[in-house]
Design a protein around this ligand. Structure first.
Ligand code: BTN
Length: 284
């Protein structure tokens, strides 16, 4: 236990005494006090991995069940959207992947990203009192800077999903000067915003509760409560946007998202365009 960072006092009279527990995300730390039915009930914990999504994908191929999670203290090849890397330093943040097996068609898989974006934003609000916003498709922002990102990967056949890997990266305790220079002015952490260190374990427990809650709402009631909560945080309708998508750049006015999670944009020539992947910049 000492090797894992626990401080233990040994005395001949009193035996062993735990002085300080490190803020690790092992199942022994995470499970006590976790109030979920399935999410996070089985934790696959790793001090380091190339990517929690890759590991969870392999576990799911081997029969891993809904709600099982993969956690790593750091990632050597953390992956972001559109082939980008995800900055994943050790012991300060959260790198989490959840196995899901939703009984929905692959067309609706991107709604799972909306479920996760709403749940993550709600978890941040419940934990900190701050009101994060969502930027299409699934960035979680606080005061305009990125706090968390989501990467969902799906394994399916034509009309049936086998599983979805819900990958979430959240900057919790990373200090600003640790961020690579390129993203320093664009990114933030919960510690920076709250002005105090965050218990990663407490945050993870809240996040798992919110994920399970919103996922159950989605399974029971469908997409409309999810899209309603998503729209309230994204406030995208009417915004002037510049969109980079597959090496093309468009400017226009955002109209809404559709039931498959695509962004609808009114172009200058009056035509409406449906964007399925890319990056959005608000220009006004
Ligand atoms: C984004 O580009 O905004 C998505 C970032 C997703 C990062 C998370 S960290 C846990 C999981 N494992 C990965 O390799 N990526 C996701």
């Amino acid at each position: 236990m000492r090797a894992a960072g626990y401080e233990i006092k040994a005395s001949r009279r009193l035996g062993y005494h735990l002085v300080q527990a490190p803020d690790l995300l092992t199942p022994e730390e995470v499970l006590p006090g976790l109030k979920t039915r399935t999410f996070g009930r089985k934790v696959h914990y790793f001090p380091a991995l190339p990517s929690t999504n890759t590991e969870a994908y392999q576990l799911a191929l081997q029969g891993g069940r809904e709600g099982e999670i993969v956690i790593a203290e750091c990632q050597r090849k953390g992956r972001g959207r559109i082939g980008r890397p995800w900055f994943s330093p050790a012991f300060v943040n959260l790198y989490l992947s959840v196995i899901l097996r939703p009984p929905i068609s692959p067309h609706h898989a991107s709604l799972i990203t909306f479920v996760a974006a709403v749940a993550t934003a709600e978890a941040v609000e419940r934990f900190s009192g701050m009101k994060p916003s969502i930027k299409w498709p699934n960035d979680i922002l606080v005061k305009g800077r990125k706090l968390a990102g989501l990467l969902n990967e799906i394994h399916s056949e034509a009309d049936r999903i086998h599983f979805v890997i819900l990958g979430i990266g959240i900057n919790l305790n990373v200090d600003e000067n640790m961020f690579p220079r390129k993203i320093r002015s664009l990114a933030t952490s919960l510690k920076r915003e709250m002005g105090q260190a965050i218990s990663r374990k407490a945050f993870l427990q809240i996040l798992l509760e919110e994920l399970e809650h919103w996922y159950e709402i989605f399974l029971r009631k469908g997409s409309s409560p999810i899209l309603k909560a998503w729209r309230a945080r994204a406030r995208i309708a009417g915004k002037q946007v510049k969109i980079s998508s597959f090496d093309e750049v468009f400017v226009g006015r955002a109209v809404d998202v559709d039931s498959e999670g695509a962004l609808l944009v009114q172009m200058r020539d009056g035509k409406q365009k449906r964007i399925v992947a890319g990056d959005v910049e608000y220009t006004k």
